[in-house]
Design a protein around this ligand. Structure first.
Ligand SMILES: Cc1cc2nc3c(=O)[nH]c(=O)nc-3n(C[C@H](O)[C@H](O)[C@H](O)COP(=O)(O)OP(=O)(O)OC[C@H]3O[C@@H](n4cnc5c(N)ncnc54)[C@H](O)[C@@H]3O)c2cc1C
Ligand code: FES
Length: 244
């Protein structure tokens, strides 16, 4: 984990309430797709956890939905302003079990962590299928970005206004070697039930400290109690105990 100051390069809307922020700073503590950062905001006691969408040696990209006071504050920030950010948090996805044809399922703001993961898997020569789930056409973002990586992309919308009508699970390919997913808990439960291979799921729980100290995110798994922030947010399908 590393605490450093990042400078905002851009902060632009992708949809009505989803923003993309690109920041410049020290990304050396980020080591895996699916990790998250924790952002300090002026006047707010708790930092706000946001998944890493993409990063390179000096740039960090995050995508966030404006849902409350903290994210509304972030929306008002402009290029040149600075943020105090903890980086290198969480375990991230394990790419070694991807097999030859992994499928990635992202729902809403669960889509961002799928982007860097897809980039890495494509670079490893995998045949990557991506399913992006949204409620309606106006909420869709990053379809073209995933296509540009060379992934096979399917978009689902609950109301059928674009792509396949239904949920991400309605678009699962016939064959896939492993699955990776991130999204709201009802979606994760549906993916858990619908998938026939092993896989990894990222949980976006409410958090306190974000680095393993407060136990505020502790949850029961089949292999004992785990802290979502430190032992997760990525859990293996085989260790998840729902409603525990
Ligand atoms: C590991 C992790 C990764 C995350 N990645 C992303 C991401 O990439 N993009 C993104 O938009 N959001 C992400 N989130 C959720 C994000 O942290 C919250 O939406 C944010 O902290 C809300 O801050 P706020 O001050 O705007 O809202 P608050 O005022 O704190 O809350 C406003 C509303 O949002 C709800 N809310 C707050 N936190 C969460 C949460 N964790 N999950 C569901 N609902 C919540 C509250 O119940 C409340 O209804 C992630 C969360 C975690 C734990
Ligand atoms: S949020 Fe403090 S231990 Fe996870």
């Amino acid at each position: 984990m590393k605490q450093s100051i990042f400078t905002i390069e851009s902060n632009t809307p992708l949809t009505k309430d989803v923003m993309k922020m690109v920041l410049e700073g020290d990304t050396s503590a980020i080591t895996a797709s699916g990790q998250f950062v924790n952002i300090a905001l002026e006047g707010k006691f708790l930092r706000r956890p946001i998944s890493v969408c993409d990063y390179d040696n000096s740039t960090l990209t995050i995508i966030y939905k404006v849902v409350g006071k903290g994210t509304a504050q972030m929306k008002e920030m402009a290029a040149g302003q600075q943020l105090d950010i903890l980086t290198g948090l969480g375990n991230g996805y394990d790419l070694s079990c991807a097999g030859d044809s992994p499928v990635l399922l992202g729902g809403g703001v669960g889509v961002p962590p799928m982007y860097h993961l897809a980039k890495k898997l494509v670079a490893m020569g995998k045949s990557v299928s991506v399913i992006l789930g949204f409620n309606t056409a106006s909420e869709i973002f990053y379809e073209e970005e995933f296509k540009a990586l060379g992934c096979s992309v399917t978009v689902t919308t609950v109301d059928g206004s674009y792509g396949v009508k239904g949920f991400v699970t309605d678009a699962l390919p016939e064959r896939y070697s492993h699955f990776y997913t991130c999204g709201p808990e009802p979606m994760l439960k549906a993916v858990y039930r619908a998938t026939v291979t092993s896989g990894q799921m990222s949980f976006e729980e409410r958090m306190g400290c974000g680095f393993g100290a407060c136990m505020g995110c502790s949850c029961k798994t089949l292999t004992g109690y785990k802290r979502i922030c430190k032992d997760g947010p990525v859990m293996r399908k085989e260790e998840i105990a729902w409603n525990a």
